[in-house]
Design a protein around this ligand. Structure first.
Ligand SMILES: [Zn+2]
Length: 232
């Protein structure tokens, strides 16, 4: 793997967050817009549509936060378990651990004597830090924090979800389905393009893909809303 420059590393790190934010906003936008379009297609009035949309926003944001918290926590738990095992191995078999570290540096291209020298010095400075970083691939800078990740996930979901809610509160009641559907498709195209650009993929392809699935989701809920609207 080519070594990243300092600024490239931060760029990669920022891109990771940007992509997660775009995906979160995308979820919020599609699920809430589909809910609004579904309830509006059933012939409901603006208050019912907004209540359903708001409930969808809150429910979606909470479930995203819960899901992110659980997944990041279990990742953190696994990392903590690895570090505890490593601490025990460093205490019980320090020679074998030093040899292991040396072999990692040899595999990365250092010659035997230099690799041993580096392993000895890094072990003297911070043995656990060296093994966590170079053997387990765990470093403080890339470790996600469950609460932070949960809050970011909920916030990005809500940021996407609020768009169809604002549109539904401003559009003429009879036009809510159409106006929400069109503005959501435009917002999805923008988000899809942004997400694709952040990941270095084709903007048009990214925008088309996200817009297609968004349109499909809204068409499905509009159909359900229309069927149930007629039936009730
Ligand atoms: Zn080790």
């Amino acid at each position: 793997m080519s070594r990243l420059t300092h600024s490239e590393f931060h760029m990669v790190h920022r891109i990771g967050w940007l992509r997660a934010a775009v995906l979160g906003a995308n979820d919020g936008l599609v699920s809430t817009a589909s809910l609004v379009v579904g309830v509006a297609s059933a012939g409901s009035g603006r208050p019912e549509i907004l209540i359903a949309g708001l409930a969808g926003l809150v429910a979606g944001a909470m479930s995203m936060a819960a899901g992110e918290y659980v997944s990041v926590s279990s990742q953190t738990d696994a990392e903590q378990a690895d570090i505890a095992r490593e601490t025990k191995e460093l205490r019980e078999t320090p020679e074998a651990e030093l040899d292991e570290l040396k072999r990692i540096y040899v595999e990365r291209g250092l010659d035997e004597s230099l690799a041993l020298q580096v392993a000895v010095q890094l072990t003297e400075k911070d043995a656990l830090g060296a093994h966590s970083r170079d053997e387990l691939g765990i470093s403080e800078t890339v470790t996600a924090h469950p609460i932070q990740a949960a809050l970011v996930s909920a916030a990005t979901f809500a940021a996407g979800a609020v768009v169809p809610l604002i549109v539904a509160s401003l559009a003429p009641t009879a036009q809510i389905t159409l106006v929400v559907a069109l503005t959501t498709l435009v917002a999805l195209a923008v988000l899809g393009g942004l997400g694709a650009a952040a990941g270095g993929a084709g903007i048009v392809k990214g925008a088309t893909r996200v817009t297609f699935w968004g349109a499909l989701a809204m068409a499905a809920t509009a159909a359900v809303g229309t069927i149930f609207g007629v039936a009730l």
